[in-house]
Design a protein around this ligand. Structure first.
Ligand code: UDP
Ligand code: GLC
Length: 384
């Protein structure tokens, strides 16, 4: 049987966690296509992976529209959205399977796949709940998934449970944990700190795009209660959260900790920077669908303190491979960071266990095999 012709669809061309996963996933599918809504770094990256990139005429800027915005407010966009559906449908007719990688891509790709009569896989990287999406959006996503998708891939049991709770069909769901790898160490921890002009002080790091639900503000509140401790805030506002990014800087000043908080913006050397910190904090205040940085820190041998919301508990094995704290609680976070900083040597066994767990449970090859198998099965089922 010839390999199915796959078209991967993504709405944003900025590169966050879901796009990093996609860049790995397309590797076995040389000659496949990527349909992207806009120009951006993902287009060139997909091209480098050997995919034929198709860029929409109508999708520019849609990625910065807030996803909890009401559908009615999106009404003036209807013409452009219709244009994208038509483009995806036309391209889908030249392919055997449509693979939607993001929530906005899914909604439009579902309509297109329906019109083009092509099977659709949805790789759902989100938690479909009231904290992340408005009720109309949730209903629309689940209704389209139940009627049009052949499979729904999710990265965690938390994402699966949310989809099913929102009314999604259980039989569609396939849990495929994200595969994560990091670059091998090239610089010494001291050299990295020196390059960042950081003092010789305890250092906490957050490595995430800036967004209110990612919870960087709680880390600042904790740092205010940890005199002498410095923090690096790595990441940028990727999807229109510029007000939040500005608010974080104001908050650091209000808390009087601006000399101890270092905003580094988006970086392409996260795993190197992680090795320079004493604690990696994952502070999401709403459930995290997966959280690649948790696994990256485990692989890098860095202690993790994460909020117990979404997938973190599974990834950290209920607290065996890291410390879990209550979300949106600066006191809990402060206490947990203090404990880690007080006796780092006591954590060595936990760190070894976490690294081994990351390698065995969250490998890239496993993810590629499982997803490729899903695509093959979907293609075979539809008679391609
Ligand atoms: N990341 C990065 N540079 C940054 C901040 C984050 O390369 O400045 C990477 C990070 O290493 C991780 C991904 O972006 O691989 C974020 O994925 P995650 O699942 O943690 O969260 P998302 O942003 O997708 O919700
Ligand atoms: C999304 C989620 C994140 C997940 C990533 C890859 O961006 O917010 O938790 O790790 O997708 O699945």
């Amino acid at each position: 049987m010839p390999a199915p012709r796959v078209m991967f669809v993504n709405h944003t061309s900025k590169v966050a966690g879901a796009e990093l996963v996609l860049l790995d996933l397309v590797r076995p599918w040389q000659g496949a296509s990527a349909f992207l809504f806009e120009e951006g770094p993902l287009n060139a990256a997909m091209d480098r992976q050997g995919l034929k990139v198709i860029t929409s005429r109508w999708g520019k800027g849609l990625s910065t529209i807030r996803r909890d915005r009401s559908l009615w407010k999106a009404a003036p966009l209807a013409f452009r959205l219709g244009g994208i559906v038509a483009e995806i449908a036309a391209a889908a007719r030249r392919h055997d399977v449509v693979y939607a990688n993001s929530q906005k891509a899914f909604v439009l790709a579902a309509l297109a796949a329906f019109f083009a009569r092509r099977p659709l896989v949805w790789h759902l990287h989100d938690i479909i709940d009231g904290a992340h999406f408005g009720s109309t959006q949730r209903r629309l996503q689940v209704t389209l998934a139940n009627r049009v998708a052949t499979r729904v891939i999710v990265p965690s049991n938390a994402a699966a449970a949310a989809f099913i709770d929102a009314g999604g069909r259980r039989d569609l769901v396939e849990v495929v944990p994200n595969g994560v790898s990091i670059v091998p160490e090239t610089s010494e921890r001291e050299a990295i700190r020196k390059a960042l002009a950081l003092p010789d002080a305890p250092l906490v790091g957050v490595f995430s795009r800036l967004s209110p639900w990612k919870g960087q503000h709680v880390v600042l509140q904790a740092l205010a209660k940890l005199p002498g401790v410095h923090g690096i805030i790595v990441g940028d506002a990727l999807f229109g959260e510029d007000d939040y990014a500005a608010r974080l800087r104001t908050l650091a000043a209000e808390l009087g900790i601006e000399d101890r908080v270092h905003f580094l913006g988006h970086r392409n050397d996260v795993s190197e920077l992680m090795r320079a910190v004493d604690v990696m904090v994952h502070p999401s205040v709403h459930p995290e669908p997966f959280g690649r940085t948790l696994v990256e820190a485990m692989l890098a041998g860095v202690p993790v303190v994460a909020t117990d919301a979404g997938a973190a508990s599974d990834i950290l094995e209920g607290g065996t491979a890291g410390t879990l704290v209550r979300p949106d609680n600066a006191d809990d976070l402060t206490a947990a960071i203090k404990r880690v900083l007080a006796d780092p040597a006591a954590l060595q066994a936990q760190l070894d266990h976490a690294a081994a767990r990351a390698r065995t449970h969250y490998g890239v090859p496993q993810m590629l095999d499982t997803v490729s198998d899903v695509i093959q099965r979907v293609a075979a089922k539809s008679g391609v």
